[in-house]
Design a protein around this ligand. Sequence first.
Ligand code: KIV
Length: 272
Amino acid sequence: MSAAKKKYKRITTKSLFEMKANGEKIAMLTAYDYTMAKIVDHAGIDIILVGDSASNVMAGYETTLPITLDQMIYHASSVIRAIERSLVVVDLPFGTYQGNSRNALDSAIRIMKESGGHAVKLEGGKEIGESISRILTAGIPVMGHLGLTPQSIYKFGTYTVRAKEEEEAIKLKEDAKLLEELGCFALVLEKVPAKLAEEVAKSLSIPVIGIGAGGGVDGQVLVTHDMLGMTHEFSPRFLRRYLDLYVEMGDAFKRYISDVKTRNFPNKDEQY
Ligand code: KIV
């Protein structure tokens, strides 16, 4: 059992600060449904992210843009019913917070009220500073997200590593500092050079959770379906697969199909 699992019966934003201060790495995974969230929570994960990656993983869209606030609330409320210990962070979907801080606050309040989530995550820096501040004034904890921000994929044009050039790296560092000053409790850095991510993590007192950002940050996040090997078409360098469930589940389905076809299932003990 990890030190954090022994020490914290429930993870709060305060526990995460303490973990950073004590040098204990933070483990975060995604979940979008009750059954997966229960397994992940019982395993001792610190943060469950109800990511808008549900748009890709659950609904099969090419990007995260189509998922709606109602759909995120449905996923988040399913996760909340499963968990006992983890902090549950819910992504605000595309179009529900950019450009209008009143909308941003309304969206965050709907997430908190209707799903029971514990915090929200928003993508971006200075451009959405006003939205972040307004959400924070309502007492809703906010996690930031910089680097590769998938809701801006049509601006970037590709999913390659961000902030390799000095100008973008400087903006990322300024944005990270601003998010801390505004009051975000943590920050996700996605697909940026490890050296830059480490520098940002060292310069902030809030925890920095990386995905494709190297080992010098305060914690790691992966999409659960990717690390279990359920998704095969996606193989970035940063992804460590802990199982090959695409193959294992496929084998189980084939065995079931064969058992049904050959009348091997159900047998006498499997009927009433
Ligand atoms: O939506 C998501 O799963 C995310 C992670 C990749 C950080 O934002």
